[in-house]
Write a protein that binds this ligand. Sequence first.
Ligand SMILES: CC(=O)[C@](C)(O)C(=O)O
Length: 295
Amino acid sequence: MDTKTLKHFLALADTLHFGRASAACFISISALSRNIRQLEDELGVVLFQRDNRSVVLTSEGEKFVLYSREAISRWDMIRNELAGSGNQLHGEVSLYCSVTAVYSILFDLFSRFRNNYPSIEIKLHTGDPEHAIARVIGGEDDISIAACPATLPRGLAFQPITVSPLVFIAPAEQTDLDLPTIAPNSPEEWAKVPMVLSEGGLARNRIDAWFKKMGINPRVYAQVAGNEAIVSMVSLGLGVGVVPKIVLENSPVATRVKILDVQPALQPYDVGMFALQRSLKNPLVNAVWSLVGES
Ligand SMILES: CC(=O)[C@](C)(O)C(=O)O
C-alpha cells in the first residue's frame, strides 16, 4: 500500500505552499501538483483552492486531512502489529513543542532513541506551547510538550517531565523607559510598568489572576506568542515579562535580563508530555511516550 500521496497531501495542507511542501517531501513542485490533481480527480472534489498567490484548503480538503491522518496512523499500526515484536517499529510520529523544549527536553529524551528505533521518523513542529494541547486534540500532532493546566481535557494523557518556576524578568541594565530593577511594591508602582505578556493561554491566565488578587491593574505593553520572544523583548528594554525559568535558562540573551524577586511567587509550571489516551495504543506513539522515565 502506498501512503505517500496522503503524506504529500498533508504536507501541502500543513504548509499551504507548494514550494515548502515539495521540499519537505523531497519531490519537485510539478510532481507534487500532479499528485494532488490526481487525488482530486480520484475523489471527484477540489481539495485546495489555489491561485498564483495562495493555497487554501476547501471544506472537503479539511475533511480529507482528518481521514489522511487517521489512515496513515492506522496503516503504521497494523504494519507494526503484523510484523510482530521481533521487528523494528516503522513509521512517523509527529511532535509539537517550543524551541526551548527542543533544546532542554528533547535533547535528553532522544539521545538514545535513534539507536533503539532507527526506523521511527520524528516530525517536529515548534511554536507557542499555548497551542500544544489543541494540536494534539485536533490530531495535528501525536505528542506535544507544554505545561499542564489545572484540569486536563477528557481523553488526554499527561506525564510530567520537569517543574519550572514562572518568573518575572526585567532588563539587567537601566533602560530609557526607567523600568524597575527591583520588584515594585505597590499596585500604583506596578500599574506604571509596561508588561510584555503571553497573548493567551495558561501563562496569561495565571498572571491575570495574580494581578487581580494583588489589586493591580497592569499596563500591557505587548502580547507575544512564545516565551522565547518575551525574553528577547525584555532584553531589548521594552518592558517587564513573565516566563518559565527553563526558557530563560536556555535563552541566548539570558545574561541581559534578570529575575525580579516578586512575592507571592506564581505557581510553577509542570512541564510534560501530552497525547490522546487512545493514541498510546499506537506502538510508535508509545515508543516516544515511554522515553520519559527511561532517561
Ligand atoms: C517547555 C515548555 O513548553 C515551556 C516551558 O512552556 C516553554 O518552552 O515555554
